[in-house]
Write a protein that binds this ligand. Structure first.
Ligand SMILES: Nc1ncnc2c1ncn2[C@@H]1O[C@H](COP(=O)(O)OP(=O)(O)OP(=O)(O)O)[C@@H](O)[C@H]1O
Ligand SMILES: [Mg+2]
Length: 319
């Protein structure tokens, strides 16, 4: 594979289950050594796409190339270049952490000594050394996630798929997982992750693709996606409807009501204190005072909600 080639290249990928078209023509590229985030509502087809890219499920049409190999024509080569962790973890509950790691090493033909060495290294790195000799069934959710990720790194694959790596983790464990993912990408690993936490994509991902209804509905960096929405603004709340009307009249076209049912005015801002003060001074000059004020920046959550507002109906194949 040429170094400029993407680590993952997907073109026109489709997949149906029975009558339901889950993927309706997905195109995407993942640059090598970057973190890529796939976002979409529940049932959008994220896990299905991950399973196709990791050769567990056959696509219906289209093409997917992972680490230079076609997932349909060269599944063994793809499998040798990837690892997958996520919603269906491969951890054996009855074995200890260290036994699980050594077993993977042996399955991947590392040899006994190398398997032991790699297991110790990963246990230390994933903060599992103390729990190493306990059966996994006694591990907490966060410990399991860390072990799951450690298991997929035993043989240092160039491409790693993480299906919701931080679901159910507490804020500290999530932060630890983010640090690990960043380290992986810094070391040159390509990370393909799915997540329901848009903050996660915002912090980690070099490139984000949102899917809905089986299609890509948006893609770009977090900043690019956010810039598709209205910019930073101030929200003024008025308990008194008369005050609201007076403020709206005084601020003129600058002020809009985002929700006609709520006593809120929205005014664009550059986020500076001076600009906000001038606006409040103008209102005070006509005797109007807001009861609450909040400065809002668009988040990826806002982008996601605006793009997935309408629930995507399950679509018939021959519709
Ligand atoms: N093996 C299967 N047989 C039948 N339908 C399936 C199968 N796997 C997935 N589906 C359906 O495909 C659709 C997409 O499922 P998928 O698990 O890919 O979604 P997802 O985006 O990962 O959702 P979540 O955010 O809940 O994990 C769903 O409607 C699901 O019911
Ligand atoms: Mg899923």
């Amino acid at each position: 594979m040429h170094t400029a080639d993407p680590a993952i290249r997907v073109r026109g990928l489709t997949k149906s289950y029975g009558q339901v078209k889950v993927l309706r023509g997905i195109d995407l590229d993942v640059r090598r050594g970057t973190v890529f985030a796939l976002l979409g509502p529940n049932g959008a087809g994220k896990t299905t796409l991950v399973r196709i890219l990791s050769t567990l499920v056959h696509p219906e049409a289209g093409q997917a190339v992972v680490a230079g190999h076609d997932v349909v024509r060269a599944p063994h080569q793809v499998r040798a270049a990837i690892s997958l962790t996520g919603q269906n973890a491969a951890v054996d509950e009855l074995l200890t952490g260290v036994e699980n790691l050594r077993m993977i090493g042996r399955l991947r033909r590392l040899g006994r000594a190398e398997s032991r060495r790699r297991a110790s290294e990963l246990l230390a790195r994933f903060d599992l050394a103390e729990a190493a000799r306990r059966p996994v069934k006694t591990y907490s959710g966060g410990m399991r996630r860390r072990l799951d990720l450690a298991m997929s790194l035993v043989t240092r694959p160039p491409v790693i798929f993480l299906d919701e790596p931080t679901t159910g983790l507490d804020p500290r464990s999530r932060q630890d997982m983010w640090d690990l993912i960043k380290d992986l990408a810094d070391a040159g690993t390509t990370v393909f992750l799915t997540t329901q936490y848009l903050e996660e994509a915002d912090r980690l991902a070099h490139h984000i693709v949102m899917i809905n209804g089986g299609r890509v509905v948006a893609q770009g960096t977090a900043a690019q996606l956010k810039s598709t929405l209205a910019g930073e603004h101030v929200e003024l709340t008025f308990a008194d409807p008369v005050a609201l009307s007076a403020a709206a009249a005084h601020l003129g076209a600058e002020a809009t009501r985002p929700d006609p049912g709520a006593p809120v005015l929205r005014v664009p801002t550059d986020g500076s204190a001076a600009q906000v003060r001038r606006m409040l001074d103008r209102l005070a000059a006509v005797g109007v005072e807001a009861d609450a004020i909040a400065v809002k920046k668009p988040t990826l959550d806002d982008v996601f909600l605006s793009l997935t507002a309408r629930p995507a109906p399950a679509t018939e194949v021959n519709a």
